[in-house]
Write a protein that binds this ligand. Structure first.
Ligand SMILES: Nc1nc2c(ncn2[C@@H]2O[C@H](COP(=O)(O)OP(=O)(O)OP(=O)(O)O)[C@@H](O)[C@H]2O)c(=O)[nH]1
Length: 456
């Protein structure tokens, strides 16, 4: 769906991404925070067993709020006869990544150092941690006998690099400022791409200006995905344009439960009016509404039969006259029938007509005057691009359309009509037709549409 438009927007995004990438500056040198670590040292005879290590680690972790232990391991040490137990908090350290024992010799490996967590010493951890970390005190669990010589150290310091850092992903904090010169070329490309995708000129201008406003001048902080600011700006711009007019069809009907709501379908030949009426009838019935259809296309041979076949499949009553009869009269009769039978919704078909045919457009005015539809829905195909937008405007001049159904979005549509039509006509898109089955009808959702044009 929207293959060409997708390609063009991707090309714009890619070219501007390159500029963003080139202009982005690192705000700070990447830093590695060496995580808090605690080393418990035990002597040879009374080294902690595995269960004890785990309990020790839990106690330590509890005292280091919100930290999770990700590794616990015994470390052989040449400096002491026993084994050290290193509790890595937030990082996993392989044994071969440990620093040489020299780097720890003064603090963690020296059981008599000041950082020892003996209750009598000044702990580097906060005071609340003293009791549980004081393995030689009364509060120590039994498993840590007083002959276990234990010391622990807590460190939290920043280094340019370190063995703990190897386990951490570096997060670059960067920002970019794009000026008008950076945007000039890519925005020109975007404009051409949008016009080639059949967007109306004023809509193209609105999108290009919105992208310019979003990207130009201001500092943009970049996350890990540097490309996202360009795509986000474009998505926002398209969403803005497409959401210019929204209308909730379901809510409209819900508010009128108990009345007969009359909906007339208008448009040129072959765009999918009859099929859309069947799809809407199917949807309404599924939502618990009773439906009647008026066979108002008395002009095209076979049109009455065509709608009758759909209606029979769906179990919907059709009110019809002879081929060639006055469509205004058929629709008026159908409305009386629907009201008398307390039908919730009347769906009126009309013959396809060119917006340039004055007589047929006058006939359409008459139909609408006589049967006063609550909604006049213009149906056109998305594949028609700018022509569909033009036709919608002209139909709207003749009879006030309430909104549009754009059909054949599943065919190779350029996407331009879908983006432009609501903006130009100032009337909302109500549904998209996305196939020939009754369920191939999507309630308009600009976010769904924008996701589709940016999906891979
Ligand atoms: N692929 C696709 N085909 C559709 C869609 N909607 C309608 N069609 C097809 O378009 C053709 C014309 O549809 P109709 O419903 O007969 O069109 P119409 O506007 O009633 O035509 P007229 O009565 O001549 O004015 C049919 O073959 C439909 O199956 C759609 O959303 N996707």
């Amino acid at each position: 769906m929207f293959g060409k438009l997708k390609e063009k927007l991707a090309s714009f995004t890619k070219s501007l991404d390159k500029t963003v990438e080139e202009k982005a500056v690192a705000l700070e040198e990447p830093e590695v925070v060496v995580e808090e670590k605690i080393i418990i040292e035990t002597d040879a005879e009374n080294g902690l067993n595995a269960a004890e290590v785990e309990i020790a680690a839990e106690i330590i972790a509890e005292n280091l709020e919100e930290k999770e232990i990700e590794s616990i391991q015994a470390v052989e040490s040449d400096e002491t006869a026993g084994s050290d137990i290193e509790v890595g908090i937030g990082g996993t350290i392989e044994k071969d990544e440990l620093p040489s024992s020299d780097s720890f010799s003064e603090s963690s490996l020296d059981s008599s150092s000041e950082s020892s967590l003996d209750s009598s010493s000044e702990s580097s951890l906060d005071s609340s941690s003293e009791s549980s970390l004081d393995f030689s005190s009364e509060s120590s669990p039994d498993s840590f006998s007083s002959d276990s010589k234990a010391s622990a150290q807590s460190e939290s310091k920043k280094e340019k690099a370190g063995f703990f850092g190897k386990a951490k992903a570096l997060i670059f904090d960067r920002e970019v400022i794009l000026d008008d010169n950076d945007l000039e070329g890519p925005l020109m490309e975007l404009e051409i791409a949008l016009l080639e995708s059949d967007l109306a000129l004023s809509v193209t201008d609105a999108i290009v200006e919105s992208v310019r406003e979003q990207l130009s001048g201001t500092r943009k902080r970049l996350g890990k995905n540097t490309g996202s600011i360009v795509e986000d700006a474009l998505k926002n711009a398209i969403l803005e344009v497409m959401s210019a007019n929204v209308f909730d069809f379901d809510e409209f009907l819900e508010q009128r439960r108990g009345q007969t709501v009359h909906i007339a379908f208008v448009g040129i030949n072959g765009t999918g009016k009859t099929t859309s009426i069947a799809k809407i009838g199917n949807r309404l019935q599924k939502n618990g509404y009773s439906v009647t259809i008026a066979a108002g296309d008395t002009f095209r041979a076979g049109a009455i039969d065509q709608i009758q076949i759909h209606a029979d499949r769906l179990g919907i009553k059709v009110i019809k006259h002879q081929e060639g009869s006055d469509p205004a009269a058929v629709i008026y009769d159908a409305l009386q029938y629907a009201k008398a039978h307390k039908s919730d919704v009347l769906l009126s078909d009309t013959a396809g007509r060119m917006h340039t045919n004055v007589n047929l457009m006058a006939q359409l005015e008459k139909i609408c005057r006589v049967s006063t539809p609550d909604l006049i829905i213009f149906v056109d195909e998305a594949t028609a691009g700018n022509d569909a937008v033009e036709r919608a405007s002209q139909f709207n001049d003749a009879v006030p359309i309430s909104g549009t159904i754009l059909t054949k979005l599943d065919a190779d549509s350029k996407g331009g009509a879908a983006i432009s039509i609501a903006y130009i006509t100032q009337k909302p898109i109500l549904f998209f037709g996305v196939g020939q089955e009754y369920d191939d009808l999507l309630k308009f959702d600009p976010e769904w549409f924008v996701d589709k044009i940016f999906e891979d």
